[in-house]
Design a protein around this ligand. Structure first.
Ligand SMILES: *[C@@H]1O[C@H](CO)[C@@H](O)[C@H](O)[C@H]1NC(C)=O
Ligand SMILES: *[C@@H]1O[C@H](CO)[C@@H](O)[C@H](O)[C@H]1NC(C)=O
Ligand SMILES: *[C@@H]1O[C@H](CO)[C@@H](O)[C@H](O)[C@H]1NC(C)=O
Ligand SMILES: *[C@@H]1O[C@H](CO)[C@@H](O)[C@H](O)[C@H]1NC(C)=O
Ligand SMILES: *[C@@H]1O[C@H](CO)[C@@H](O)[C@H](O)[C@H]1NC(C)=O
Ligand SMILES: *[C@@H]1O[C@H](CO)[C@@H](O)[C@H](O)[C@H]1NC(C)=O
Ligand SMILES: *[C@@H]1O[C@H](CO)[C@@H](O)[C@H](O)[C@H]1NC(C)=O
Ligand SMILES: *[C@@H]1O[C@H](CO)[C@@H](O)[C@H](O)[C@H]1NC(C)=O
Ligand SMILES: *[C@@H]1O[C@H](CO)[C@@H](O)[C@H](O)[C@H]1NC(C)=O
Length: 204
């Protein structure tokens, strides 16, 4: 009984301690394309929640893979059910929304891109492994090499239009846009409470 209780309490405590790691989407990309995601490289532990905060412009945050930076992950690897915000138009900063992505494991790098700027380097990574040869710089180069058009940026941008339908996101509920980013953490709490109750009931 006591062990069960401590276990449940620990699960509860670790959930409360979940950190929010905020990545701002929509920096001023006039002079630095990398600023579409700020920071471009983020670190998050298992249990943390990464919050993409769409503050300016019209962008997506879409999970991809190192080898194909500008293609949604599930297309190149059907075993990855990657996140995809679809286009979030901030209407000149008046419609700020968030996409929350729960991190369940910090040993795998999560690569992502923005559909509208990927071809010119609008990409980023979560938990980039500093001892691996899969670097952020390499990821940026892959994006530019595979999707950049060297002759006309205009045609490259216009050929990128796509439907704004989101692909099936990973763990559903917390993936939706929320006006309050804290909601993701609250949802995390709710998902722990049933386990807490079950454990308590089992120990009675
Ligand atoms: C972005 O930066 C450029 C160059 O510094 C500046 O001219 C422009 O006004 C900025 N745009 C916004 C929306 O801040
Ligand atoms: C993963 O997170 C744990 C703590 O949860 C930390 O001790 C470890 O260093 C992290 N590993 C990496 C590769 O960031
Ligand atoms: C998102 O950006 C808006 C506008 O800058 C800010 O008010 C809000 O606190 C940010 N949300 C998070 C979770 O950082
Ligand atoms: C966006 O907001 C800025 C500052 O308020 C304003 O100058 C500009 O005209 C707005 N642009 C659009 C397209 O509404
Ligand atoms: C990048 O190029 C691939 C292959 O041509 C294409 O399938 C993908 O849609 C492109 N990505 C973007 C963001 O335009
Ligand atoms: C980081 O990359 C190195 C070299 O490829 C590898 O040995 C190590 O296991 C990786 N670390 C993680 C946490 O994946
Ligand atoms: C990157 O590292 C992997 C092993 O971790 C190796 O197989 C591959 O050849 C390396 N690629 C380059 C370009 O060094
Ligand atoms: C186009 O490609 C050439 C060489 O392939 C390179 O030197 C140049 O910087 C590229 N231009 C752009 C705008 O990417
Ligand atoms: C956002 O960008 C996409 C792709 O360029 C475009 O199809 C869509 O119409 C844009 N949304 C708005 C509201 O401009």
């Amino acid at each position: 009984m006591r062990a069960d209780f401590l276990l449940a309490a620990a699960a509860f405590a670790s959930c409360v301690a979940a950190r929010q790691v905020v990545i701002v989407v929509g920096g001023n990309i006039t002079t630095d394309i990398g600023s579409v995601f700020t920071p471009q490289s983020a670190t998050a532990n298992a249990g943390d929640v990464v919050v993409f905060n769409f503050t300016q412009g019209n962008h997506t945050a879409t999970q991809s893979t190192f080898a194909s930076p500008c293609v949604p992950a599930h297309i190149t690897d059907s075993t990855i059910n990657g996140f995809d915000s679809a286009f979030r138009d901030t209407v000149n900063g008046s419609a700020v929304t968030q996409l929350t992505v729960p991190i369940s494991d910090n040993t795998t790098t999560i690569w992502f891109f923005d559909f509208n700027t990927c071809s010119i380097g609008g990409v980023g990574g979560i938990n980039v492994n500093s001892s691996s040869n899969q670097t952020l710089d390499g990821f940026v180069r892959n994006a530019e090499r595979l999707n950049g058009t060297n002759d006309s940026t205009t045609s490259s941008l216009s050929s990128q239009s796509r439907s704004a339908t989101p692909t099936s996101p990973t763990s559903a509920p917390s993936q939706t846009a929320t006006s309050s980013a804290n909601q993701a953490v609250v949802m995390g709490l709710y998902s722990v409470i049933p386990a807490f109750v079950v454990l308590l009931a089992a120990s009675l």
